[in-house]
Design a protein around this ligand. Structure first.
Ligand code: NAP
Ligand code: MG
Length: 452
């Protein structure tokens, strides 16, 4: 594994084989009958014990995410560490009011754990993406096999130690490191896995769905996005630029819900661009070990090349560079650093407006009226998130309800851990977080005729 800030080897992991996977699936299968029968109270207790042990490993988690992902130490704490913790605490809380059975007329309806769940996660949020799946699975009574990204495997190894310390029963959690081609493909096609929950790229999501079809396996997919941020004409442009910039540079732009298309009223374009130019160059970035930095390098050389390719494409297709551009930032030649880049005069048919870049690149697109803004916002294969910045309640509601996406954030409101997270259209299938996340890991059974 390479530390993306230093380009030096930070550690090694085993390259799992199909035999390793088979052993893990067998262990999960063997543990399922007893774990699936545990009571809600036992599982609440287990999730809280996990959260307690997680808190004890705070420093280790922050350090490992900083090293493997390149997230600045403050972001590793404020986002990566806390998001992971929040999912375990939230799942425990959700279980308290969760009803696993109900009566409808003469029927008893039961929600039962779906079985052995295969979890495949990406590198961009090494604790959040794993924890949301694991917390929901454990809450539902499922046993799991986890394959984290080969780029960021060390946070998951700490999680394994946490589960051990918390007394997660034998066989409930199984970790198999390795490549997507071997272990990932093995999970999606395994006859003894009942459900696959995946977060990552659309191409791999498609492959997983095709494989899963052969054994009629349920899949949940959390894929990419090209989320619009609609700035209303009554916005303060300085405030709007701050929100727009922060939602595109966060985690070095490696965020599925990144606000990568900024929709600005034509009449406010120049004022908005001036505001972006005033804000962006003052944002400190670089060495992840430096507390004041807001973002660090991209995760890998491949990701660096990908983002460079899109910056080049934006220039070739005729967009206007406002800030940043190709190449490495001055003084940051070592490490996979890119310049935060803003393009304007972008039209929605350009590649940089249609494809997920997964880097700190903003595309500014202008609109004439709100109907056009909504049309542009929805002119994408994706539907993961949307953002609105403005004052007028009616206009905010109109945009928020018209964008075809799974979550909408108005004026940078804080995230709600109990609310569902997931995508419309090609951004995915299913929901994570809170009780909606737990539902994914349950099958519904109806029983009629039980003597009363
Ligand atoms: P990816 O290839 O989709 O990887 C995500 C996970 O799937 C990793 O654990 C990966 O394993 C695994 N995988 C790869 N091939 C597989 C297969 N055939 N069957 C099952 N699992 C497989 O994503 P990436 O290569 O890391 O990133 C590429 C692009 O995907 C990014 O640039 C971004 O646009 C998008 N992405 C989106 C999200 C999101 O949150 N929606 C997250 C990450 C990336 P390995 O360890 O071998 O890679
Ligand atoms: Mg990959």
């Amino acid at each position: 594994m390479i530390n993306p800030a230093t380009e030096e080897v930070m550690g090694r992991i085993s390259d799992g084989t199909i035999e390793d996977l088979n052993r893990a699936v067998a262990a999960a299968r063997a543990a399922f009958p007893s774990y699936s029968q545990t009571s809600k109270e036992e599982r609440i207790d287990l999730l809280n014990r996990i959260a307690d042990e997680y808190e004890k490993r705070k420093e280790d988690i922050i350090e490992v995410v900083t090293q493997e992902l390149g997230a600045p130490i403050t972001i590793s704490e404020k986002t990566h560490y806390y998001m992971g913790l929040a999912h375990f605490r939230q799942a425990a809380k959700e279980l308290e009011d969760f009803e696993f059975s109900e009566r409808r007329g003469g029927a008893l309806i039961r929600k039962e754990p779906i079985g052995v769940s295969g979890l495949i996660t990406p590198w961009n949020f090494p604790t959040n993406q794993t924890s949301t799946k694991l917390a929901s699975a454990f809450a539902a009574g499922c046993t799991v096999v986890l394959k984290p990204s080969e780029l960021t495997p060390f946070a998951a190894i700490i999680l394994a130690e946490i589960f051990d310390a918390a007394g997660v029963p034998k066989g409930v959690f199984n970790l198999v490191n390795g490549s997507g081609e071997v272990v990932g493909n093995g999970i999606s096609s395994h006859p003894d896995i009942d459900f696959v929950s995946f977060t990552g790229s659309g191409a791999v999501g498609q492959k997983i769905t095709e494989n899963a079809a052969k054994t009629i396996k349920k899949v949940a997919l959390e894929l990419g996005g090209k989320s619009p941020l609609v700035i209303l004409d009554d916005s303060d442009m300085m405030k709007a630029a701050q929100i727009a910039v922060s939602n595109v540079i966060f985690n070095t732009g490696q965020v599925c819900v990144a606000a990568s298309r900024t929709l600005v009223p034509k009449s406010k374009h120049d004022e908005f661009v001036e505001a972006v130019k005033a804000i962006l160059p003052n944002i400190p970035y670089g060495d992840p070990q430096e507390k004041s930095n807001i973002f660090g390098p991209l995760v890998s050389e491949r990701q660096y090349n990908r983002v460079q390719g899109y910056i080049q494409k934006g220039i070739e297709e005729g967009a206007t560079l406002v800030c940043g551009g190709p190449g490495k930032p001055e003084g940051l030649e070592k490490g996979y650093y890119v310049k935060p880049t803003v393009f304007t005069n972008v039209t929605n048919d350009m590649t940089i407006a249609q494809e997920e870049i997964f880097g700190p690149v903003m595309s500014i697109i202008t609109y004439e009226d709100l109907d056009e803004a909504i049309e542009i916002a929805n002119d994408t294969i994706y539907g993961l998130a949307g953002y609105v910045v403005g004052e007028d309640k009616e206009k905010i509601e109109k945009v928020a309800t018209s964008i075809r996406a799974g979550s909408i954030r108005v004026n940078n409101a804080p995230a709600e851990m109990s609310a569902p997270f997931g995508g419309f259209k090609q951004s995915g299938i299913g929901r994570e977080w809170g009780s909606y996340g737990i539902e994914e890991y349950l099958e519904v059974k109806s029983i009629v005729g039980i003597p009363s």
